[in-house]
Each structure stands twice: as C-alpha cells, then as structure tokens.
Design a protein around this ligand. Structure first.
Ligand SMILES: *Cc1c(COP(=O)(O)O)cnc(C)c1O
Length: 372
C-alpha cells in the first residue's frame, strides 16, 4: 500500500469511486443524459443572463439563492399540483450535493442509512462518505425481482430503525416507479428517520404516477429530491434540488458550504426555468424512444424491465460484461450496472435507438442467456 493510501480514513480503505466511463463514442447511452442539445432560444437567454451577472462576479452570490428557490417552487407547484413556496425548497450543485447535505445533517458516525438494492449507487457512497453505516436492504418483490415490496420494505425499516431511508422512484437502475403506499408505510415504520424519495426521473413516469411531493403536507421528515440533469436536459449545469418541510430545509444551512451555488449557476438555472416548457419539450420523444427500445429488445429475445424513466434495463444476457464490450466495439456505450445478465440503456434520439438495436441484433447468439 502506498504511504498516502495508508493515511486514508479506515472506513474508506478499499472503496471505489463512482465511475461511469466517459468515453468518446458515436452513441453514448450510459449516463441517462439527454441526447438533445439545449435549444437555441434558451442558449440566447443564458448568454444574456450570464452577461448581466458577469460584472458583479467580484462579489459572492446570494447565499440563500432566494430567486432560484422561488422559481423552483413555482415549477414544482405547476407540475405536481402541490403548493410549495421558496422555504420548502433547497438546491445544490446537482441533486448529489443536495443528498450530501442531507447525510451530513442527519447521518454520520454512529448513524444508519437504509436503502433497497439495486438502486442508485450514489446513495451508499454519499452516506458512507460521512461515516454513516449503510444497510443494503432487499427489494424482495414477489411480482418480480425489481419492484420494491411494501411488506419487505416495512419489515426492514422496523428492524433497522434507520436515521435515513433512501427510496428512489422511478428507481435507477431498474426503471419502475414506487407506489405512494410504500412511501407512506416506510415513513410510518421508521419514526425517527429522514425519508428521502429520489425523484430524478419523475418527469418521465408513465401517466398516473403521482409524485411523493403530494405526501409532504403533514410529514416533516419526508424529502423529495429532483434534478435538472435528466428531464430538463441540463446535466452540465449541475443543479439539483429538494422539497421538504421549511424546518428541515432550514437545518441544511448548517452543513452547506457558504455561497455553494455560484452567481453563474443561479443565473443559468433561472434562465432555463423561465423556458421550462421548451427545456422539457423532448420528453415525449424520449419516452417514445424508451418504449420503442422496450419493444425492440423484446423482439430480439431479450428481457426488458418496464420503465418510467429515460432508460431501460435489459435482461436476458449471458454475460453483461462481455455484451457491454461487444456493443462498445460497435461504437455503442451502455451501462453495466453490476446486475448479472442485465445492461442499462439510456433512451436517446430515434437514430440512437436504431443504432443500439442494430448493434444488439448483430451480436452472436451466444450473448443471449439460455432459457432456464
Ligand atoms: C442521475 C441521477 C441523479 C442526478 O444527480 P445530479 O447530481 O442531479 O446530476 C440523482 N438520482 C438518481 C437516482 C439519478 O439517477
């Protein structure tokens, strides 16, 4: 072991960082980004707003990002029908930072976070980063391995008595949304826990999928996190946010670094929110491509998992790693999420769907799992 490595905190020894490969390939469908550029009309507003704040960059930004909180509250109110105000909102450089504020405030040494695997790999990484004990719960659904079963979740919440619970709906990497009954039941089963519902993909959910924001009223420990990285097609800006009780968001000010959202970030995010309809304009197309991907891979004899997100988890592969490489050899980058026999494919443009389906069709039949 190198000398520096030996100085690392003991609980971080042997851990690996988050690491989706960033490769230059013709078809990149591995991180659930939008394949569509920011529309020209929004680019124009962004340029104007950055020009407007540039002379003032000698000063620190608004530490409480009041205007942005108000704009995010309006966006959520309009899209979920739940009345939210600026003091319900909190934001950071990506929802990952918002999640890290939550674990810094409510997790840490001697505290426990519970999640249900497979789910977003950053939940345990962020939790452990501040010394929180991570409990890898089981999804345990009778209806299929990927839906989170209410009874299973409640039993584990009661047994663990966690300080934090992570739910993810629609779930990454499996793709399906969670029923609000599960959220309510877990909230009641873990009476001392902050319950986080990561809704990074909410805007892609199939019709009739309600947001957990509808449960916030009267539940002071419930938190719903969102991001502009996915449906908003704005991953490069790094803007994530959450909605929770004003008492809870107020406490997050204890752990955020001062001035964590730059003046440029605030201005650019505000510009995009003003154009929300335009920014969200490709969702219909992306959902159609997602559904085409599901049908296309099924027609190839593979096993897609139903999806409420902008990606599809595809099962039925003999060896996920080998297929991942064989697709990359054809210029198509997808995601090996570490689930045996499965790969996760982001829904992009119609041309990208064509390309990934063609690449899958071109594979040797030995890539397919033998029917059991
Ligand atoms: C992509 C993703 C995020 C987004 O993180 P940002 O930091 O906002 O880019 C959050 N949660 C889940 C489950 C995701 O898949």
């Amino acid at each position: 072991m190198s000398e520096i490595r030996a100085l690392l905190r003991e609980d971080l020894q042997g851990r690996t960082p988050y690491g989706a490969p960033q490769l230059e390939v013709p078809v990149a469908l591995n991180t659930n980004e939008s394949s569509y550029d920011v529309p020209a009309v929004v680019v124009q507003t962004i340029l104007e707003r950055v020009a407007a704040v540039a002379p003032g960059l000698n000063r620190y930004p608004d530490r409480e990002f009041a205007q942005l909180r108000t704009a995010l509250a309006s966006y959520l109110t309009e899209t979920t029908g739940v009345t939210l105000t600026a003091d319900h909102l909190w934001a950071g450089n990506g929802s990952n930072e918002v999640l890290s504020h939550l674990v810094q405030a409510f997790g840490g040494q001697g505290r426990t976070a519970l999640g249900f695997t497979p789910s977003y790999s950053m939940h345990p990484i962020i939790s452990r980063g501040v010394g929180t004990t991570w409990v890898d719960g089981l999804r345990g659904a009778p209806s299929g391995i990927f839906d989170l079963d209410l009874e299973t979740a409640v039993t584990q919440a009661r047994e663990t008595q966690p300080d934090l619970v992570f739910l993810c709906s629609p779930n990454n990497p499996t793709g399906t949304a969670l029923s609000l009954e599960v959220v309510k039941a877990v909230y009641d089963a873990a009476p001392h826990a902050i319950v986080v519902v990561d809704e990074a993909y909410a805007e892609f959910a199939r019709p009739g999928t309600p947001s957990a924001t509808t449960l916030l009223e009267g539940r002071d420990r419930l938190v719903v996190t969102r991001t502009m990285s996915k449906a908003f097609a704005f991953a490069g800006v790094r803007l994530g946010y959450l909605a929770a009780s004003p008492e809870l968001t107020d406490l997050l000010r204890l752990v955020r670094l001062p001035y964590h959202l730059s003046s440029v970030t605030q201005a650019v995010a505000l510009a995009a929110l003003e154009h929300a309809d335009t920014m969200l304009g490709m969702i219909k197309v992306i959902k159609a491509e997602r559904d085409r991907l599901v049908e296309g891979v099924a027609a190839l004899g593979l096993a897609p998992v139903p999806s409420d997100a902008n990606f599809v988890l595809v099962g039925g592969l003999a060896d996920a790693g080998q297929t991942w490489q064989a697709l990359l050899d054809q210029g198509v980058l997808v995601r090996d999420v570490g689930i045996a026999h499965h790969l996760r494919i982001t829904a992009g443009t119609p041309e990208e769907t064509d390309a990934v389906l063609a690449a899958l069709a071109a594979l040797d039949p030995s890539h397919r799992q033998e029917p059991s």
